[in-house]
Design a protein around this ligand. Structure first.
Ligand SMILES: O=C(O)c1ccc[n+]([C@@H]2O[C@H](COP(=O)([O-])O)[C@@H](O)[C@H]2O)c1
Ligand SMILES: Cc1cc2nc[nH]c2cc1C
Length: 353
């Protein structure tokens, strides 16, 4: 189940991606939804033994799965979580409650099966794919220079693309990276302006001095980079992290492979925000699993026009909120595929509706 090396046959999905411009072209030519697949599912939904619309968002989930899986019978047989780990140069400013070395320790924990994401993935029966992104070479301190060169950014995007299993029913992107709530806040501040304090939260649980420094790092990042960024991909290169770029790559590969995506918390949201800023169509195949306790996440979700499925006060990352929402998706599919129809119980549909 657990895969840290690239054991799956290459999909070759990233073969034409060698520059940010290649990614821009890709974002402008993504496959569209298959409305035809939804027609059968809507018809069946009307026959099921329940008042019309009474399963609320579970019904919406089923139609969304059919639309993006291109199947008239939705499938949750093979969910996947892709966890990406990266290190951040800005940790030198002491903006996290934990040292950067925890990123690598947590990757070992993922591999041994001891993290929260391992337990939740087991609950869902999800394949876990773990990719480390050059942990020994943190990104550059983005208060001084761009976090990544174009090549580094494109490499991370490609790693994300290649992690997605073409046979997945649902893909949940997750991340681990000490310092990455600062990076996510800087991404949002560069894209949507506002005040740094709109986007900065307490991450792993920082004290007041660390919070003030974090605000300052985000302010400096905007001051240094705002004149040179033209779109969300530039923003990712200038103030993102490799694991954040990899999540963006995984989200886009999933679209190409007809795999719907369940987004996770604030950092995953920042990856999605950068894609949305570059091409708003690029997130149509995504739902949001949960609303994070990081305050910037709610603002971000308003900006990208998405409503989370769950609200559990999580602020862990790793893909945990997305996988929990995957359990709701499984429940929706089980109802849709297994409920009896009005005919089966001897009730005419005209009476039922
Ligand atoms: O997903 C979230 O919304 C979330 C909110 C707060 C913290 N995290 C996790 O905590 C780490 C980043 O926190 P920090 O304080 O080091 O920036 C990183 O590994 C994230 O996975 C994740
Ligand atoms: C222990 C720990 C686990 C995490 N998982 C995701 N981010 C994390 C940050 C820390 C500090």
């Amino acid at each position: 189940m657990l895969e840290i090396s690239k054991t799956r046959p290459e999909t070759n999905i990233a073969r034409n991606i060698g520059s940010l411009d290649d990614i821009r072209s890709l974002l402008n030519s993504l496959p569209r939804a298959s409305e035809g697949s939804v027609i059968e599912a809507r018809k069946r939904d009307l026959e099921l033994t329940k008042p019309r619309g009474s399963l609320g968002r579970l019904e919406e989930i089923v139609f969304w799965l059919c639309r993006w899986q291109q199947k008239s019978v939705p499938d949750m047989d093979h969910p996947q979580v892709c966890v990406f780990a990266g290190n951040h140069g800005i940790t030198r400013h002491d903006i996290s409650a934990f040292p950067a070395s925890v990123t690598a320790l947590m990757v070992e924990n993922f591999v041994k099966g001891g993290a929260a994401i391992n337990q939740l993935s087991k609950e869902l029966g999800a394949e876990i794919t773990i990719r480390t992104l050059d942990l020994d070479h943190p990104t550059c301190d983005f208060t001084q220079e761009a976090a990544m060169s174009e090549d580094e950014c494109v490499d991370a995007f490609r790693t994300g693309m290649e992690a997605v299993n073409p046979n997945a029913s649902l893909m949940c992107p997750g991340e681990m990276g000490i310092g990455n709530t600062t990076s996510a806040a800087a991404i949002c501040h560069l894209i949507w302006n506002g005040m740094p304090s709109d986007w900065v939260g307490s991450g792993t649980g920082i004290n007041n001095e660390q919070y003030q420094r974090k605000i300052d790092v985000v302010r400096q990042a905007k001051f240094l980079h705002e004149a040179s960024v033209t779109d969300g991909l530039d923003v990712l290169r200038c103030v993102g992290g490799r694991e954040i770029v990899a999540m963006a790559g995984a989200i886009i590969a999933a679209r190409l492979l007809h795999v719907p995506v369940m987004l996770d918390g604030f950092i995953c949201g920042a990856a999605a925000a950068a894609l949305y800023e570059t091409s708003p169509q690029s997130l149509l195949h995504c739902m949001v699993g949960h609303g994070s306790a990081e305050p910037g996440h709610r603002l971000l979700l308003d900006r990208i026009g998405k409503r989370p499925l769950l609200d559990l006060g999580l602020r862990l990352g790793e893909g945990t909120g997305a996988v929990l929402a995957g359990l709701v998706v499984r429940a929706a599919v089980t109802c849709h595929n297994n409920m009896a129809c009005f005919d089966d119980i001897g009730l005419a549909r005209e009476i039922a509706h």
